[in-house]
Write a protein that binds this ligand. Structure first.
Ligand SMILES: [Mg+2]
Length: 181
């Protein structure tokens, strides 16, 4: 099978890096613990008055390049390949962040290798991409098509726990149960 795997919130720990940088850069501001994150977009939970500060963190050169891998993700992707699947990294760039694309590419090349980097799909509209499964932490994916080709598996994060009745992957330890034949 062809398995599309999202980056942020699935293999790259966007939320952890954000929180670490937030606490260093703005130590006197409130922060939201990872377990208390609600809503897909960080800036919406932090609120309009902190929007520019959130943006400063996520648009800083080096932010995407330095995201730590999510626990078990790199081994998990290698396991999917071992099970006989083809895996493509499928990621949406963050708008207004000029270094994001290059840094995502460099990240994939470092952790997964040149083959994964040169085959990665970068698009805002994942409904345009064919595959059998899409592992993504974003609970709702809309675009040009209503995809009948891939099945969306929601990668569980605190901010998508409210979404019910969906096929889920709670962590990379679930990969074997979901995808080993
Ligand atoms: Mg994501």
């Amino acid at each position: 099978m062809l398995i599309l795997v999202d980056m942020d919130g699935v293999i790259a720990n966007f939320e952890l890096e954000f929180l670490n940088r937030w606490q260093v850069r703005f130590p006197t501001e409130n922060f939201i613990a990872l377990e208390d994150r609600q809503g897909f977009y960080i800036h919406e939970q932090y609120g309009p008055s902190l929007h520019d500060k959130v943006r400063e963190i996520t648009s800083a050169p080096g932010f995407f390049r330095n995201l730590p891998p999510i626990e078990g993700a790199i081994q998990g992707i290698q396991d999917l390949v071992t099970y006989g699947h083809e895996v493509l990294i499928c990621t949406a760039p963050l708008s207004g962040t000029p270094t994001c694309l290059q840094e995502k590419y460099d990240w994939v090349r470092q952790y997964l290798g040149r083959g994964f980097a040169s085959n990665m799909v970068i698009t805002k509209d994942k409904t345009m991409v064919h595959g059998d499964f899409l592992i993504d932490d974003r609970p709702e994916l809309h675009g040009r098509f209503v995809p009948t080709w891939w099945e969306h598996i929601v990668f569980t994060q605190p901010y998508n726990r409210h979404v019910v009745n969906r096929r889920r992957m709670n962590s990379w330890t679930d990969a074997k149960a979901l995808f080993s034949l």
